[in-house]
Design a protein around this ligand. Structure first.
Ligand SMILES: Nc1ncnc2c1ncn2[C@@H]1O[C@H](COP(=O)(O)OP(=O)(O)OP(=O)(O)O)[C@@H](O)[C@H]1O
Ligand SMILES: [Mg+2]
Length: 312
């Protein structure tokens, strides 16, 4: 089954999407993994980093975007929605193993969701609104991805800034989360706010559905210009004190104009300019992530073995 990783930070513009698409590209290209990028943000930045606006508009006309899967999940439609396998766009950049589940400018209608859930709650009995809401949050993203879970090694969920229904549902469905951040106070506050929300999420599900969500780490993006400054060092010191060395990626993603320019070619910089500074950093970051992942998976395996021994 795929490792599901959510890329999230409450703060906007910290490099979540850029990290998502380059990480996915490196996993497919350098590690020969089967990777799916899921665009959960109505800004559709991940989608437009991987397909042209012209292709995107065609996909929308053909109803090949996540929106149709979300709406069908919330309220199954009389006319058939395409299955997820037909909505996924494979071979991004002609690269075997790099696929995209395209996002949309609107992903769900809040009013419609409330109405459907309200009706369900009435059917179930008076005070059940919270229960049906929580159930939708728990199963929405997981349910959409379930049919293709076995087709991938990694599914990377590009979350919108903030903490909307899809972000919460993505976190509940994920095995891991990555926290991209800029080395600046507001970006770090974004991490702390998200950490608090994730703890609340864990708490609220711990009775009936304990969630197995682990932080893969905090990755610093766009940090080059500040690297040697005193202010930068102070900010970094605070992060190390607050989160501990183990949770922070050693690889920093520098500011590199090639990274933002790559969006014009509708491909990640790692594919358009593999030798650019940014690309090398993304490849190194991916290598570090794979090492972190292997350590975590080894630890989990050891723990399971111990549990088995205890049972015997
Ligand atoms: N390493 C980099 N060097 C130069 N520009 C970068 C780099 N990383 C990201 N950018 C640029 O910074 C902007 C914000 O990046 P990105 O869209 O990845 O952030 P985000 O956290 O996903 O934003 P949002 O919260 O709006 O979803 C984009 O224009 C992107 O091209
Ligand atoms: Mg984004």
């Amino acid at each position: 089954m795929a490792h599901i990783i959510a890329t999230a930070n409450m703060k906007g513009g910290v490099g979540k999407t850029t990290l998502t698409v380059n990480l996915a590209a490196s996993l497919a290209k350098d590690f020969h993994k089967r990777v799916l990028v899921v665009d959960l943000d109505t800004q559709i930045s991940a989608t437009l980093s991987l397909v042209s606006p012209h292709d995107f508009s065609k996909l929308r006309k053909e109803k090949r975007t996540l929106k149709y899967l979300v709406n069908d999940f919330i309220q199954p439609l009389p006319q058939n929605t395409l299955p997820i396998q037909d909505i996924i766009k494979p071979y991004i950049g002609n690269l075997k193993g790099l696929d995209l589940l395209p996002g949309d400018l609107e992903l769900y209608d809040e009013f419609m969701v409330s109405e459907v859930l309200h009706r369900k709650a009435i059917k179930l009995g008076k005070d059940n609104f919270q229960e049906v809401w929580k159930k939708l949050e728990r199963i929405l993203v997981e349910g959409i991805l379930q049919p293709i879970d076995k087709d991938y090694d990694f599914i990377i969920l590009d979350c919108a800034p903030g903490y909307n229904l899809l972000t919460r549902s993505a976190l509940v469905a994920s095995d891991f989360y990555l926290l991209p951040a800029k080395p600046e106070p507001l970006s770090l506050i974004g991490i702390q706010l998200l950490e608090r929300r994730i703890n609340q999420l864990r708490e609220s599900y711990k009775e009936e559905y304990p969630i197995n969500l682990e932080m893969l780490g905090i990755g610093f993006t766009m940090s080059a210009n500040l690297l040697n400054g005193r202010y930068y060092r102070q900010v970094m010191k605070r992060v190390y004190e607050d989160f501990g060395e183990n949770r922070i990626f050693k690889t920093r993603i520098p500011i590199d104009v090639n990274v933002s320019k790559a969006v014009d070619s509708f491909l990640p910089v790692l594919l358009t300019h593999p030798t650019a500074r940014g690309s090398k950093a993304f490849a190194e970051f991916t290598q570090e992530m794979m090492e972190k992942l292997n350590v975590i998976l080894d630890m989990k395996q050891q723990k399971n073995k111990l549990n088995l021994v205890n049972l015997e």
